[in-house]
Design a protein around this ligand. Sequence first.
Ligand code: PMP
Length: 393
Amino acid sequence: MRVVPGGIYGHQSPALLTRGHFPHFLESAHGCRIRDVDGNEYIDFMCAYGPMVVGYGNAEVESAAAEQRARCDTGNLPSPVFVELAERFVSLTPGSAWATFGKNGSDVCTWAIAIARKATGRDIVVKVDGAYHGVHDWCNAIRHGFLESDRAAIRSFPWNDLDALSRLFADAPSAIAAVIITPFRHDVFADLEMAAPGFLEGVREITERYGATMIVDDVRAGFRLHIGGSTQLWGVTPDLLAYSKALANGYPLSALVGCERLRQAAGEVFVTGSFFTQSVPLRAALATLDVLEKTDAIARIDRAGRRFTDGLCAQAALANLEVTVSGPPAIPFMTFVGDTKFRMSRAFAGACADHGVFLHPTHNWFVSAAHSDADIDAALAATEPAFHAVAKR
Ligand code: PMP
C-alpha cells in the first residue's frame, strides 16, 4: 500500500483471499503446483487465472521460448514467427482468414469492436448484462475516471435471452455494429451458466440477418474447450474471435482472429503497442498450440476437471452440504446452495489453502493438462477435511 496505491490491483490481489493460509506472494511454480514465499506448496486450481493451460514451466514451451529469446525478442522488426502464428491461426480456426496480435484480452476486445464499427459504419455494440470484457472505457465495470459518454453506444441484454436481443435489433435495425459474447456466462460471484440450446446459434443467426458482426470473446475459455475456438463446440463460427490468457501458456500475448469480410477494416483500424511484436510470446504460443494439437491435452483437461468436480460433489454429499458445480469441467466452479454472501465458499477456500489446495471462493477455477490423476486425488484428499470444516461452522 505504501508504494502501490490501493495495494495490488485487480483479480490477482491477495487481499481478496483472506481466510486460511492463503499465500500473498509466490516464489515458484511448476506443473500444477505453486510455492509461496514461506515455502508452502499448493496444488493450483487457478492456473494464473487461466494462462497456464499446459502447466507452469512446460518443457516444450520453455525450450521454444528460450531458443527464441537467444535470437531476438523485442526488436525493430517482427520476426518470422509473427506470420507463422497468424498462419497457424488461420489453419486452426474455421471461417478465419487473418490474425493480429496484442498483449491483453482488453486490447483485442476493444480492437474487435473498432473493426466491427469501421466495417459496418455503425456505432452500437451489444454485450450481455454483467459480462466482463476487460477494463477499457467502453466496458470497465467501475466507472471512476471514465465518462458516461464512453459507453453511450453500448447496449446489453440478459444471457440466454434471444427475444431481448431480437428486440434490440428490431429497435435499431441498421445501427448495431456488433454483438460481443463469451462462449458461456462466467461472471464473478455467480454460478457459471452454459448457453441454452440454440442460444449461440441464435446470436449467429440474428447478427447475420441484420448485417452485424458476431464477436466471440474467448479470452477466458480459449484453448480449454476447443482448439478452433470454444463456440465450435456448438457449431457456431463467429466473425471475430478474441483470445488471450491460455494462448501462450503464461507469456503475454493476445490474438484477434477474423474472417475475410473484415480484412480491410482490420487493416485500416490503427492499433499498435511497443511490445505487440515481441517474438518470445509468439514462439511460446506456437509451442503451446503444438502441445495442444499433438497431444490429448484438451481431453485430459476435461477429464481432470470431471474427476475433481465429481470428487467434490461426492465429498459434499457425505458432509451433508448442498453444492452446485457449474461451468465446463475444464473451467469449473462450485458454490454452496443458499450461500448468497459466499461465506461458506470463503471458509471452504480458506480450509483448502490450509491443506495445500489453491482455489478461489468467488471466481471460476481453471484446470490444466499438468493436473494428473494423482494430483487430482491429492487435491481431493485436501478438500475432504475442508468440507468437514465448513459443515462444522
Ligand atoms: N474478456 C474476458 C472474458 C476475460 O476473462 C478477461 C480477463 N479476465 C478479459 C476479457 C480481459 O483480459 P485482460 O485482463 O488480459 O485484459
